[in-house]
Write a new protein. Structure first.
Length: 207
C-alpha cells in the first residue's frame, strides 16, 4: 500500500480489501469516530510480507509488522484514511489514526485502526453517512459478512444504523452513462468526488 500513495489514478483496483467497521459514540450519544478492520487479499499480502520475517522463524511478529502498519497509515493520512463521514452534507474532519495494529492470519494480513473525528457530531441533527472507499480505485473495498457495520457506545435509542445494498449492474451502468455526459470539470452537487458515486454508504438515521 505504501506505493499506492504515489500512484496516479487508475481505472481498476490493484488491491482488494474486505472491511468491517464500527461507528463509535461517546457517552453523550455523539458519534466520535470509526473503527475499521481491513483484510487484504492474498496477493498483496505475499508481496508486502516478502523479506519481513527478519529472524527467519516463519512467524510475523508485532515488531516485524509494525513498520508496515505505520507506513500504511502514514500514506492513508493524506487520504483521510479513505474514511468519509458526513453529518447531513457536511464532511467531518478526522484526526490521526489510533489503536492500530496488524496480524497475519490464514494467509492474509489484517489491519485494524480507529479514525477519530476532530469534533463529535450528533446523529439526531440530520443523520450520518459513512463511506469507506478509494477515490482513485487503486484499492477495492468490499464489506464482510451479513452485518459488517455496527455501532459501539451510546448511540441514541432513536437512531438506527444500516448498510445500503450494493448497487446493481444496471445502477452502476446508469451512473457510468451519466458521468459520460459530464465535462472534465464537473463535480457532484453535494461536494463528493467521483469515487463516492460508486461507494456503498452506511446510514445512521434517527426518528
Amino acid at each position: 500500500m505504501a506505493s499506492a500513495g504515489a500512484t496516479p489514478a487508475v481505472a481498476h483496483p490493484h488491491i482488494w480489501v474486505t472491511v468491517s467497521a464500527d461507528i463509535t459514540f461517546n457517552d453523550q450519544g455523539l458519534a466520535d469516530g470509526v473503527n475499521q478492520s481491513w483484510t487484504f487479499d492474498g496477493k498483496y499480502t505475499a508481496y508486502i510480507l516478502e523479506g519481513l520475517d527478519s529472524n527467519g522463524d516463519g512467524v510475523f511478529s508485532d515488531d516485524e509488522l509494525k513498520p508496515v502498519t505505520e507506513n500504511n497509515l502514514a500514506v492513508l493520512r493524506d487520504y483521510n484514511f479513505f474514511t468519509a463521514l458526513r453529518a447531513g452534507n457536511a464532511l467531518q474532519e478526522v484526526s490521526d489514526a489510533t489503536d492500530y495494529g496488524q496480524i497475519y492470519s490464514n494467509g492474509k494480513l489484517e489491519m485494524h485502526f480507529h479514525v477519530p473525528l476532530k469534533t463529535p457530531v450528533d446523529p439526531r441533527a440530520g443523520g450520518l453517512t459513512l463511506k469507506i472507499y478509494d477515490p482513485d480505485f487503486f484499492i477495492d473495498f468490499e464489506y464482510a459478512g451479513e452485518e459488517p457495520v455496527t455501532a459501539i457506545g451510546a448511540m441514541p435509542a432513536s437512531c438506527a444504523i444500516a448498510l445500503k445494498a450494493a448497487p446493481t449492474s444496471a445502477e452502476l451502468d446508469a451512473t457510468r452513462a451519466m458521468l459520460a455526459t459530464k465535462g472534465t470539470d464537473w463535480k457532484p452537487e453535494n461536494g463528493e468526488d467521483f469515487g463516492a458515486l460508486f461507494a456503498r454508504p452506511v446510514l445512521v438515521t434517527c426518528s
